[in-house]
Design a protein around this ligand. Structure first.
Ligand SMILES: Cc1cc2nc3c(=O)[nH]c(=O)nc-3n(C[C@H](O)[C@H](O)[C@H](O)COP(=O)(O)OP(=O)(O)OC[C@H]3O[C@@H](n4cnc5c(N)ncnc54)[C@H](O)[C@@H]3O)c2cc1C
Ligand code: FES
Length: 271
């Protein structure tokens, strides 16, 4: 049996700058095998000599001969990763975690809310929904970034607009910005949703998820259809080491996607 702690080798095929301090890395397994995953799952990526860290897969699940991660440079490992170029090799374990319930959400509307780099785990579900548009009712994306420059997936957002309803805001605008300014929850006044027929899925900074969840509850969303993708410091990624545990749940294995009903008793410490 394959040792799940030993990473597979993957070659960087392309790197793209998405925003200041944010890059997408296109990866291909070196042995040439396919990479299949569920939107919302993550991989453990190792930069040799620096260690390993979890990153959400940000490419379309329909694309199996390569996969992508979109990374914000924060510390040692991500800085080392940013030095790598096309042709360099990294280690990959996974995919891990549960992901978004793309099958269960069929025939429902979906309200997606992303903040900053939190749009990375939403991107595969957006790509999937856009490709299978008839399977879903109304689909709305609310996305907030710090400044216009910090908006990631700018090109994709324009393509998605043709199939789903996209609303953007930034915390601080500039001369070129004609859109909304303010936190992502201000975008709720631009949309109409039927909470009884809608799944809400969100990922972003803890403060965003706290206020978005509060808003969704006020609107009457059922607790089991408010879904949040959580981040925790991780090691094994497989439910063995206990590093990511919170109130008896493994964020790596039982999550990273949890419903509000699963985490409401410890929401503030979970996000
Ligand atoms: C399931 C999951 C999915 C993730 N997906 C992405 C993604 O798609 N793109 C992305 O850019 N990042 C993602 N992250 C966060 C990413 O793993 C960390 O940014 C990375 O480990 C930082 O490594 P570093 O050595 O560069 O920074 P470090 O030197 O380890 O840390 C730099 C700073 O970031 C903080 N930090 C480190 N890890 C985390 C974490 N897991 N959660 C919150 N803060 C952290 C540290 O406390 C410190 O303040 C994800 C994390 C998890 C758990
Ligand atoms: S990271 Fe080891 S149990 Fe979750």
């Amino acid at each position: 049996m394959k040792n799940p702690y030993i990473p597979e080798l993957a070659v960087i095929e392309e790197t793209r700058v998405e925003a200041p301090g944010v890059k997408t890395f296109k990866l291909k397994l070196r042995h040439g095998g396919m990479f299949t995953f569920t939107p919302g799952q993550f991989i453990e990526l190792s930069v040799f000599g620096y260690g390993e860290a979890p990153f959400s897969v940000s490419s379309s699940p329909l694309q199996k001969d390569f996969f992508e991660v979109t990374v914000r440079k924060t510390g040692m490992l991500t800085s080392a990763l940013f030095e790598l170029e096309r042709g360099n090799t990294v280690g990959v374990r996974g995919p891990f975690g549960n992901g978004w319930p793309i099958e269960k959400m069929k025939k429902y509307s979906i309200l997606m809310i992303g903040g900053g780099i939190g749009i990375a785990p939403l991107k595969p579900v957006i790509e999937y929904v856009v490709a299978n548009r008839k399977d879903y009712e109304e689909v709305i994306l609310l996305y907030g970034a710090k400044t216009p420059k910090d908006i990631v997936f700018k090109k994709e957002l324009e393509i998605w607009r043709e199939k789903i309803d996209v609303h953007l805001t930034v915390d601080i605008g500039d001369n070129s910005w004609k859109g909304r300014t303010g936190v992502v929850t201000i975008l709720f006044d631009e949309i109409k949703v039927d909470p009884k027929e809608t799944y809400s899925i969100q990922c972003g900074p803890p403060i965003m998820m706290y206020f978005v969840t509060k808003k969704l509850l006020e609107l009457g969303f059922p607790e089991d259809r408010i879904l949040l993708s959580l981040e925790r410091l991780m090691k094994c990624g497989m439910g063995f080491c206990g590093h990511c545990m919170i109130s008896g749940k493994f964020v790596c294995k039982d999550g990273p996607v949890f419903s509000y009903s699963q985490i409401k008793d410890f929401l503030e410490s979970a996000i």
